[in-house]
Design a protein around this ligand. Sequence first.
Ligand SMILES: [Ca+2]
Ligand SMILES: [Ca+2]
Length: 235
Amino acid sequence: MTDSKEVRMQTLGPPGEAGWDSGSWGRGLGGQRGRSLPRHISDVCRGPVRAVAHSRCLIVAICLLGTVSKVPSSQEQEQELAKQEKVYQELTQLKAGVDRLCRPCPWDWTFFQGHCYFFSKSQRNWHDSVTACQEVGAQLVVIKSAEEQSFLQLTTKKRGHTWMGLSDLNKEATWHWVDGSPLSLRFMKYWNPTEPNNLGQEDCAEFDGDGWNDAKCDISKFWVCKKSALSCSHE
Ligand SMILES: [Ca+2]
Ligand SMILES: [Ca+2]
C-alpha cells in the first residue's frame, strides 16, 4: 500500500472514494468532508460485510469525533461546575451563619436578664404610656426582682422622671401593677422618703431619682416598656 492510498483511506471523502464507497457516508457526514479518522476506524469501514461495518463505523466515528471535539470544553465545564459548587457551598455556609445570628430584642431596646426594655425618648401621661407599650407588644414595666429594680432605677435616673406600670387608681393606697398583681411588701422600701404621699391625688408611680414617687397620672413623663426576650437557642 502506498502512502497516498493510505491517506485516502483515512480521509472522509466524497461518496465512492476509497474507504467510503457507500453514498450514505458522504451524505451522513456531509459537513465533515475531508476530516481524517484513525487507521483502525478506516479498517472497520472496509470490512467484508459492508452494511454492518458501515453502521459500526458511523457510530464509532461520530462518537470519536464528538469525544475529540468536546475534550477541552468538557474540562472547562467541569472546572466551571467545580467553581459553581464552591460558590454554592460558601453561600450555604454564609446563610447558616446569618441564621445563627440572633437578636433577643428589637433595635433600640435593651436586654436585661431575659427581658427587653424600651426607654422612651418622648414623654406621655401615664395612660398613654400604658397604651404605647401595648402597641409594641409590651407592657408598662412591671418590676419582679431587686436586680431589675436596680437596673431600672439607675437607667431612668440618667434620663429623668419615668413612668412604671404601678398605680392606686382603683383604690387609694392599694397599689397594683398593670398585670393585676399587687405591690409586694418587699418592694415598699423603694418609695422615696415620705412617698407615696398622694399629694393632690397622685395615683401613678414613677422612677424619681434614687427611688419611687406617686405622681399625678396626667403629667407627661418618659416611660419604660418591658417584654420577654426572644430565645436565640437553635437546639
Ligand atoms: Ca394615690
Ligand atoms: Ca408623691
